[in-house]
Structures are given as C-alpha cells and as structure tokens.
Design a protein around this ligand. Structure first.
Ligand SMILES: NC(=O)C1=CN([C@@H]2O[C@H](COP(=O)(O)OP(=O)(O)OC[C@H]3O[C@@H](n4cnc5c(N)ncnc54)[C@H](OP(=O)(O)O)[C@@H]3O)[C@@H](O)[C@H]2O)C=CC1
Ligand SMILES: CC(C)(CO)C(=O)C(=O)O
Length: 298
C-alpha cells in the first residue's frame, strides 16, 4: 500500500484480515507508521477491528509484492511508485485515487496497471487509527495502454470483496472513474470552500444548484469527448446524502490540514478535457481558481 492515510489505512487494514494476504504499507508519517508497527492498525466507525500491517517509512524496505495499491494524493503518485519500484517489479499496480492521470503516472514506472475507483470514505483520526465513514463499492479494470492481466484484476477484486470491501472487476473502468470524477468535482470544492460535509453541501438548496450546474457542465464535456458515464452523477449525489452525509471530503481534509488539494486532477481534469474537445467549462474553471486561492496561505 503506497500511502497509508485515510484510504490506504482502510484498504490495508481490511486486506490484512485475510489469512492468505500479507500487507505492507509505506507512508512518510513517522508517528502513524510507529503506531501501526507497535499496536496494529485500528479501524473505527463503520467497522471496529485492529489489523496487523507491516508499516515502513522507507519504500526500499518493502519485500517483493504481487500487488501494489497507490493511495497517496495525486501529487505524490509518481514519487511513491518510483520509490517502491524494486518491490513492485513483478506486481500489478492499482490506483484507488480520485481524479484523472494517476494511472498514466504509474504506467511510466511499472508495466501492468489497474484503473481503480472507490466510493469508500474515511479519515485518519490519530496515529494508528482510521475512521471508516462510509462503505462503498470499488471498481477495478485494466489501464488500457499498460493493462494488468484479467486474472490479476479478478484476484484483487476477489480479495478486496472477501476482506469486506465490495469490489467489481470490470472490462472497462473508465465509466466508473469519470462518474466519480464528475461527482467529486461537483461536490468536493464546495465542501472545501464552505467547510461543510458532503451531505450538507448536497442538501443546501443554494449549493445544490451549484452542484447541479457543475454536473451539467461536466456532462457536456463527457458527451463531446465520448466518455460514457456508468450512472447518472445525480444518483451519486443521492447516495452520498444517504451513505456519507457527515463525511468531510478529502479535499476539505486537505484544506483543514493546510495541504495542497487535488483540484487540478478533478475540476482541472474536466476543464482540460473540455478544452481538448472545445467545450467551455466556466463553472469548473471558477472552482479551480477559488481552491487555488484557498490553498495559498493568507
Ligand atoms: N479520504 C476519503 O474518504 C477518500 C479519498 N479518496 C482518494 O484517495 C486518495 C488518498 O486519499 P486520502 O487517503 O484521503 O489521503 P491522505 O492524505 O489521508 O493519505 C495520503 C497519504 O500518503 C502519504 N504520502 C505522501 N507522499 C507519499 C509517498 N511518496 N509515498 C508514500 N506515501 C506518501 C501522505 O503523507 P503526508 O501527509 O506526509 O504527505 C498521507 O499519509 C486520494 O486520491 C483521494 O482523493 C477517494 C475516496 C474517498
Ligand atoms: C468519499 C468521497 C466520495 C466524498 O466526497 C470522496 O471521494 C472524498 O472524500 O474525496
């Protein structure tokens, strides 16, 4: 597991419960890694258990692995995979990150890549502990230019499902990925700007108009680009209200922690695709500008 923050911790802890799977995680946060090494990785919230995970701050200390799962923020994808190259030499490597472009970066280092999308939500609450905010499906499929083998994708999907994280192996994972990108781009910046949870953003009448405007604009881009969404993003909004009302989106977690956000691979990714196909994206451009301003220290 490359990156053992909210999502890396949730996926590492679940997988480590399987007797047939040995899980190693790498993360630069020393206190978190020490807490995992000494007391295990604790999951609270939607589940309650402690898992044994091998944790390291140095990727060079990882043993050779059959799979890699990248769960850093997009900004750190390339560094994380490069540093773990020796361990991942023979591995199929999956991204479970938000946004576009992570798989391309992974494929610049390793030959077999899995395009992954997750709806699971969580947050690290203290070193060694992750709060599981909302369950959600995971989709895994080949990254077309440098695909992992179908049997590898099926095995990882089966292991995650057995571990309690329902996962679908699909022949084409672009639809689920873009559906999630549209949903994130329509909700996460509004949460990051207002400090509201995803459920609060989606149920506030004025903000919901902005959510709908961002979805409509993104859909125009997808239509022009020939990107087929796997479902109506409005359904994702309803699901988030039901399943993840109190969750602070990872973009809000970044703003609260003073970290850069993934705005450039979410709204910025939609805007870039819009430019490519000649569809203007003023609402997404505004979100990019506002979040960049918010990222800058006052
Ligand atoms: N949180 C959530 O509920 C959800 C998140 N996602 C997506 O999942 C991905 C991970 O998000 P999340 O878990 O929230 O992020 P976090 O910030 O909680 O965790 C990312 C971790 O990666 C670490 N890291 C940074 N650089 C490296 C590196 N070179 N090697 C290894 N680890 C590194 C970070 O350390 P440091 O902080 O020191 O940089 C941090 O601990 C993102 O793409 C996000 O959008 C998707 C669905 C839901
Ligand atoms: C869980 C979810 C969908 C919430 O917006 C997310 O992707 C995030 O936190 O970044």
């Amino acid at each position: 597991m490359l990156g053992c923050g909210a999502i890396g911790s949730l996926y590492a802890a679940h997988l480590a419960r399987l007797p047939s799977v040995e899980v190693w995680a790498v993360d630069p946060w020393r206190e978190h890694v020490s807490a995992i090494a000494s007391g295990g990785l604790r999951v609270t919230g939607q589940a309650d258990f402690v898992a044994r995970v091998g944790a390291r701050t140095d990727a060079a200390a990882l043993p050779p692995c059959a799979f890699g799962i990248v769960a850093t923020k997009a900004l750190h994808t390339l560094d994380a995979v490069r540093a773990a190259y020796t361990a991942l030499d023979g591995a199929a490597v999956a991204s479970v990150q938000n946004g576009v472009g992570n798989e391309e970066q992974i494929a610049s280092v390793v030959p077999r890549v899995i395009r992954g999308t997750i709806v699971t939500a969580g947050a690290v609450t203290e070193p060694g502990t992750v709060r599981y905010d909302a369950p959600g499906d995971t989709w895994l499929g080949p990254f077309e230019p440098a695909p992992a083998r179908p049997d590898e994708i099926a095995l990882l999907a089966r292991l995650l499902t057995e571990a309690g994280l329902r996962t679908h192996a699909v022949p084409d994972a672009r639809g689920p990925q873009w559906t999630k990108v549209v949903f994130n781009a329509a909700t996460s910046p509004l949460a990051a700007l207002t400090g509201l949870t995803v459920g609060q953003v989606c149920t506030d009448a004025e903000l919901r108009r902005e959510v709908d405007r961002l979805i409509a604009e993104a859909r125009s881009v997808c239509d022009a680009a020939g990107i087929e969404l796997s479902r109506d993003p409005a359904e994702s909004v309803e699901e988030a209200i039901r399943e993840a009302y109190g969750h602070k989106p990872s973009m809000l977690q970044d703003i609260l922690a003073g970290r850069p956000t993934e705005i450039d691979v979410l709204n910025g990714g939609i805007a870039a695709e819009g430019r490519r196909v000649g569809v203007p994206t003023p609402a997404h451009d505004t979100m990019v500008a506002l979040i960049h301003a918010k990222e800058r220290p006052p």
